[in-house]
Structures are given as C-alpha cells and as structure tokens.
Design a protein around this ligand. Structure first.
Ligand code: HGY
Ligand code: MN
Ligand code: MN
Length: 410
C-alpha cells in the first residue's frame, strides 16, 4: 500500500472535462443547484463511476453515493466526496475537486487491484453552495439530521421554483436520506483562501471549520416620486439598506482577528431610477471561529439593524436562516490526513476552514476530516479560481492514504 499512487493527469483531465459543463467566458463554471447543467454533471459523474465498477444510489435529497465494495461489505464504508453545484460565477475546482479526487481514489484502487476491508464510497452532496436555494449544505444537512426533508423540498428559489420539484424534474429524487452508515468521511477541497499559498504549503490539515450565521433582511419604506417628495418626508428603503451594509462591514472589522461579515445579495424594489425604493431584500453572512464572538456579532448586528430601521422610519423583517457553531474535525481523521502528508513529504500546516463544507454536517454523524490544497492568490467563488495539477494530485494522494488508513486494505 505504501507505494500506491494516484494518476494526477487522469484527475486533471477529469476536472477539465467536468469544467466544460457550465463553462463560462472567463474560465469558470455556472452550474447552479438542480439546473440542467447540474444534472449533466451528475449524469457524467455517475457514468464515470459505473465505468469504474461502482454501484450508484441516490437518496431523497438527490445526494449520490457511488460504492466500491470491500472485502467485508457489512463494515460501514469510508466515504469521500463534495459537491458539483457551483456559484453563479464559480470556479472549476470548488466542489468538483473533492468529487473527482474521490473518483480518482477508486480508479487508482482498481488499477492496483487493491481490495479494501471496508467499502469505499464517493458522495455528491446536493446544493452545497446555498446560492440558488438557501441555506447552504442542504444535502448533507438533511443527511445529518440538521434539516427536515419536507422543509427543504419546499424551499423555493427567487422564481418560486421548489427544490423538491427540481429534484423530480432532473430525475434525482430517490428514497430516504441519512439512513446509511458512514465509517469515516474525508473531503478534499481547495482552501479558497490565501494561507497555504502564502506559506508555500502543499497540504492543509483541516482541524475544523469556523461557525456561520446567515440572515435574510427585508426593509420596507414607501415608494414615492423622486421629484416632488421632500427629503424630510421620505422612507427610503435603500438608504436604510446602505447604512446596514456599512454597519455589517464595520462589525467584521470590529471583531478582528478572524471575523468575516458580508452582504452578498441585494434586491431593490421597484428598482426604477426615479422612484424612491420602497423595499430592499438583502442577505448577511457572519463568520467566526469562536462561538462566543459569533454570538456577540449576532447581538450587535440585531441591535444596529433595529436602530438603522427606526432612524430611517422603515419596517424590518429580520430572519436568521442558518447557524452552525465552529466544528472541530475528528482527531483520528485529522491525524490520518497529517500522516498522509508526512508519508509523501508534502509541506503541510494545520488550518481552520473559513468556508463551510459538507464535511461540517457529516461530522455530526461520522468521524470526519478534510484535506486542503492551495488555490492561486487564495481566490475562489470567482471564475478565475485556479489550482495547480501538482497540488491537486498531492491532495488526492493524501486522500487515498487517509482513506486506506481507515478502510484497511491488503
Ligand atoms: O459559504 C460557504 O462557505 C460555502 O461555499 N457554502
Ligand atoms: Mn465548496
Ligand atoms: Mn463554494
């Protein structure tokens, strides 16, 4: 087993082929969850897995599980995977890397005719990004019992299309969700931040992920004519929203080090240049690796948002739609990743994930770990997202050995 290696070229080629699905002008991908393009990527992945001898199943959330049998099929499988859905201006590697690194592990085990003790599975989790349908990480969230299946099926996108109907439409609504054992879970992913590249480390040994809180806010004032309406009489929803955007940014700076605070989405209604905006919908994303600090950010945000609405004479609907606390990964899984990096002499460092990943929810039900590799300039959720074939191969090599450490093999 010591010398078992993956095929880095084959991994790169499969990534480039997958990236053709939803390819964008600037070299990224747009494969929003449960669109036809997401279906195409799922179909291609399943075709590849079946060609590699896997048995494929799909659950009620559209999560895909490609299983390579082990010597003892009664043992809980060692699972890897990630997601194939992307941001609207996403990159080639966010999610797809973890899925195709898992496929490369299976292909490499096949090439070497290795029989593992426990089965090995590659999972594709539905709607990790939370872009078209919010919140994020829905497939792994239902699987881990964090979300109710029916609630999530009823979630709608901005056009009012329900997630459950889209699963049916693309032919990916199976049965049951979460009632399948996982012996251990590993997810390979690009870091999506600048640390590994800056420190010239090949592998990030992910010890955990920071906590997150997502909010949806609707500010309501009064539409009125931009001309005859005196400034003192206005109830301008966009004015309030602008002050809230500034307050969120200040909150992020106030809770340094480590806090992150973002308003990523805003809809202005009626969005007409000579009408005072009557309503604004916006989203807020707060993150911190320390739960008490994230709670303090939450309290400060609520207080400041209420004050801003009152001063601008606006009504406000304020809803938290996602919250998970900082999540430590399983020490044995973290050690397995570190052992893999050491075995191949890859420069590595422990790191906390700034992004949420399906591993955060899977960690609620199974020992889990993650492997990070650098991305160029730390840029992700951007069409220019890039990574080197060498680093991607190194991460996959570590994944293979971490999985074998858990699955056992002869
Ligand atoms: O938002 C995140 O951290 C992930 O991309 N869903
Ligand atoms: Mn991702
Ligand atoms: Mn992402």
């Amino acid at each position: 087993m010591e010398n078992l290696t993956i095929d880095g070229q084959r991994l790169w080629d499969s990534l480039m082929t997958m990236a053709e699905i939803g390819a964008t002008q600037k070299g990224g991908v747009c494969r929003l969850a449960l669109t036809d393009l997401d279906k195409q990527s799922r179909d291609l992945f399943i075709e590849w897995c079946e060609s590699a001898g896997c048995r494929v199943s799909v659950d009620a959330m559209g999560n895909i599980f490609a299983r390579r049998p082990g010597r003892n099929d009664d043992l809980p499988p060692v699972v890897t995977g990630s997601h194939l859905d992307s941001q609207p201006t996403g990159g080639k590697f966010d999610g797809a890397y973890g899925v195709l690194a898992g496929l490369e592990v299976i292909r490499s085990l096949n090439d070497a005719s290795v029989e593992t003790d426990a089965p090995v599975e590659v999972a594709v989790w539905t709607n990790e990004e939370g872009s078209r349908f919010a919140p994020a990480m829905m497939g792994s969230g239902v699987f881990a019992g964090l979300f109710e299946l029916d609630d999530i099926h009823a979630t709608t996108d901005v056009d009012g299309v329900a997630l459950g109907e889209e699963l049916t439409r693309i032919g990916y609504k199976g049965d049951g969700c979460g009632d399948r054992p996982v012996g251990a879970y590993f997810e390979a992913h690009i870091e999506q931040g600048p640390i590994l590249e800056a420190e010239e480390k090949t592998i990030g040994v992910v010890v955990g992920a920071q906590g997150q809180r997502w909010y949806e806010v609707t500010l309501t004032g009064m539409e009125a004519h931009a001309g005859p309406t005196p400034m003192a009489r206005r109830r301008d929803a966009l004015l309030g929203a602008s002050r809230l955007v500034d307050a969120v940014n200040r909150l992020g700076h106030e809770f340094q080090p480590d806090a992150c605070a973002t308003v990523g989405m805003m809809q202005v209604r009626p969005n007409s240049r000579n009408v005072i905006p009557g309503e604004v919908f916006l989203t807020i994303d707060l993150r911190h690796p320390i739960d008490d600090r994230l709670s303090a950010m939450d309290a400060a945000l609520r207080e400041q948002a209420a004050a801003i609405a009152e001063e601008a004479k606006l009504d406000m609907a304020f809803e938290q739609i996602l919250h998970f606390e900082a999540t430590p990964f399983d020490p044995d899984c973290v050690d397995a990743v570190r052992n893999g990096a050491d075995r191949f002499g890859y420069a590595h460092r422990d790191i906390v994930s700034g992004a949420g990943h399906d591993a955060v929810y899977v960690a609620k039900v199974a020992p889990s770990g993650m492997i990070f590799v650098p991305c160029e300039d730390g840029i992700s959720h951007n069409e220019i997202e890039n990574a080197t074939a060498e680093d991607l191969a190194a991460g996959c090599q570590v994944l293979l050995h971490a999985m074998l450490e858990k699955a056992g093999a002869r």
